[in-house]
Write a protein that binds this ligand. Structure first.
Ligand SMILES: C[S@@+](CC[C@H](N)C(=O)[O-])C[C@H]1O[C@@H](n2cnc3c(N)ncnc32)[C@H](O)[C@@H]1O
Length: 276
């Protein structure tokens, strides 16, 4: 059992660095996720690791602890139907509206890459049907560990079996020993970059579509609000935001309105911006 002072220290530092809120009921999470770090550091227990990080104020160790506590769970085409809406409605509408101009898509909290790669495969399929336009996809995450895997584009049999239709697996991947490697053509469509959603996203430029799925529900309402408002400021006026299943901007900020495109889709509330 972690002494209170160590738990409070870890919870505070992790929240300050990533936005992730850990409450006392999640003490088990700390124990299971941090044990491997304690072993690697030659420390006898998670309690020893926590007090070492606290007493030494060891930034490297605190970032390792933060990274280990983040949830990176993801799958190809997670929740399926939002991808159909993107392919059949959002992208064709934007391509018409932009008339040949580049469409920019931001996957914020892209984890190990399955989400941006799902979009890239979808656009590649659209191009094969003569419906594709000029699209740039930026995949960002706070964790270098997950980004390294995303950049490698290598997935286990288990990972490709989760959500990826077999036809797409055969068309866009090749076998690499026990693993599957995504085609260079698809990989080249995405720029993976480290970005912390607590930071200022202006340098990323402006976007037509932003996916921020299954990231914000780990934040407290105030952090969620600030983050959503920073995302809104990076979106074109007619841009579209996609959150995870069950996530909403309502009662957090008026920067967005629910979109008739369906659950999880939001558009910018331009009237609220003008009033502000
Ligand atoms: C549960 S995964 C979701 C992945 C993908 N969006 C999906 O829905 O399948 C959440 C991701 O958000 C990232 N994340 C958490 N806090 C973040 C922050 N402050 N800035 C950027 N990424 C963050 C985590 O590292 C993790 O990879």
């Amino acid at each position: 059992m972690l002494p209170d002072a160590d738990f409070v220290f870890i919870a505070r530092e992790v929240k300050a660095r990533s936005g992730l809120v850990i409450d006392a009921e999640q003490a088990y999470l700390i124990e299971t996720r941090l044990s491997p770090i304690a072993r690697r550091e030659g420390l006898g227990s998670v309690a020893e690791l926590a007090s070492a990080a606290r007493l030494r104020r060891d930034e490297r160790l605190i970032w390792q602890i933060t990274d280990a506590l983040l949830t990176s769970e993801t799958t190809f085409f997670r929740d399926r139907s939002p991808f159909h809406t993107l392919r059949d409605r959002v992208l064709p509408d934007l391509m018409r509206a932009r008339a040949g101009e580049k469409i920019r898509i931001w996957c914020a909290g892209a984890s190990t890459g399955q989400e941006p790669f799902s979009i890239a495969m979808m656009i590649d399929e659209m191009r094969a049907e003569g419906r594709g336009g000029d699209v740039e996809i930026v995949g960002t995450d706070i964790s270098e560990r997950v980004l390294e895997k995303a950049r490698a584009g290598l997935y286990s049999q288990f990972e490709v079996q989760r959500g990826l239709p077999i036809a797409l697996l055969l068309r866009h991947f090749e076998k690499a020993g026990e693993l599957w490697r995504i085609a260079d053509r698809i990989r080249a469509m995405i720029r993976f970059q480290r970005f912390n959603l607590l930071d200022d996203p202006k340098p990323l430029g402006s976007f037509d579509i932003v996916l921020c799925r299954n990231v914000l529900h780990y934040f407290d309402p105030a952090t969620k609000q600030v983050t959503l408002e920073k995302i809104a400021a990076q979106m074109r006026d007619d841009g579209v935001l996609l959150l995870g299943a069950g996530e909403t901007t309502g009662n957090v900020t008026d920067a967005f309105n629910p979109s008739p495109l369906g659950a999880g889709f939001f558009t910018r509330n331009i009237a609220a911006r003008a009033a502000a």
